[in-house]
Design a protein around this ligand. Structure first.
Ligand code: CAA
Length: 262
């Protein structure tokens, strides 16, 4: 894997790749260098067969990612602002479309671009210390890394508008209540819970999990009939895998399935 200055990657022997956003001095704010590194890192993660599930978290106790780097954005022109948004949008879409599950372990502030990064992940597990928000309107901008779109899709139009218009921060319990966080756990158990979920997903049939992800992602962008037509295709496709034969045989023989990921 490549060398990175602002992100750390650890791959364990069980197939979990843990990505740590590592700019603790700026509460892990995303500058352009970090976004370029995520771009490259996720290309590598897509093709690295040692990695089955990815977990993203922030370094330190306090912050997941405190947003895009405000110091770097301060003097941008309109053209530069647009390019910056497009760059991060492209990278976040790459994370969203990674053909492997991605879990955000939200350990602290997930603000602006940090909340948007968490929303580009498939699942969000929040520490009780996590704080979510899209405070951009206090800086004179709207969210620019997908927040106007993904937040509304996750929590609905009304709640998304309230969060965006007020710029309010919400705690983990409220994020859970509105469906932004999947689970809330203590800070001490955050990584263990994220890894336990990753292990459980890894134990399932890989291709089946993969097509669940693509069917949900694609389906939410199209009309219901197109979505269910895609579902029929991937449902059929899975009957070509050895894991389907094994999974159903194991059920009938009343034993645990031994999946091989093919
Ligand atoms: N960009 C650059 N630096 C940041 C930063 C950011 N988004 N967030 C925090 N930092 C820096 C601070 O400037 C400070 O640096 P110095 O020590 O050099 O002064 C350091 O991180 C620690 O931060 P604070 O002293 O502010 O810590 P705090 O505990 O008092 O407050 C906080 C924590 C509430 C998260 C506060 O730092 C904060 O409000 N940060 C900005 C949050 C924000 O507005 N995010 C949205 C950015 S815009 C965006 O993301 C646009 C988009 O859609 C892509």
């Amino acid at each position: 894997m490549g060398e990175y200055a602002n992100v750390l990657l650890e791959v364990d022997s069980d197939g979990i790749g843990t990505v740590v956003i590592n700019r603790p001095k700026a509460l892990n704010a995303l500058n352009a260098a970090t976004v370029y590194e995520l771009d490259k890192l996720f290309d590598e993660l897509a093709t690295n067969s040692d990695v089955k599930v990815v977990i993203i978290t922030g370094s330190g106790e306090k912050s997941f990612v405190a947003g895009a780097d405000i110091v770097e954005m301060k003097d941008m022109t309109a053209i530069e602002g647009r390019q910056w948004g497009q760059l991060a949008q492209r990278v976040f879409s790459k994370i969203e479309d990674l053909p492997k599950p991605v879990i955000a372990a939200v350990n602290g502030y997930a603000l602006g671009g940090g909340c948007e990064l968490a929303m580009a992940c498939d699942i969000r597990i929040a520490s009780e210390k996590a704080k979510f928000g899209q405070p951009e309107v206090s800086l004179g901008i709207p969210p620019g890394f997908g927040g106007t779109q993904r937040l509304a899709r996750l929590v609905g139009k009304g709640r998304a508008k309230e969060l965006l218009f007020t710029g309010d921060m919400i705690d983990a319990a409220e994020a859970y209540r509105i469906g932004l966080a999947n689970q809330v756990v203590t800070p001490e158990e955050l990584m263990d819970k994220a890894k336990a979920m990753a292990h459980k997903i890894i134990s399932r049939a890989t291709v089946a999990v993969q097509v669940c992800k693509s069917a949900i992602n694609r389906g939410l962008d199209v009309d219901l009939n197109s979505g269910i037509a895609y579902e029929a295709e991937v449902f059929g496709l899975c009957f070509a895998t050895q894991d389907q034969k094994e999974g159903m045989a194991a059920f009938i023989e009343k034993r645990k399935a031994n999946f091989i990921g093919k």
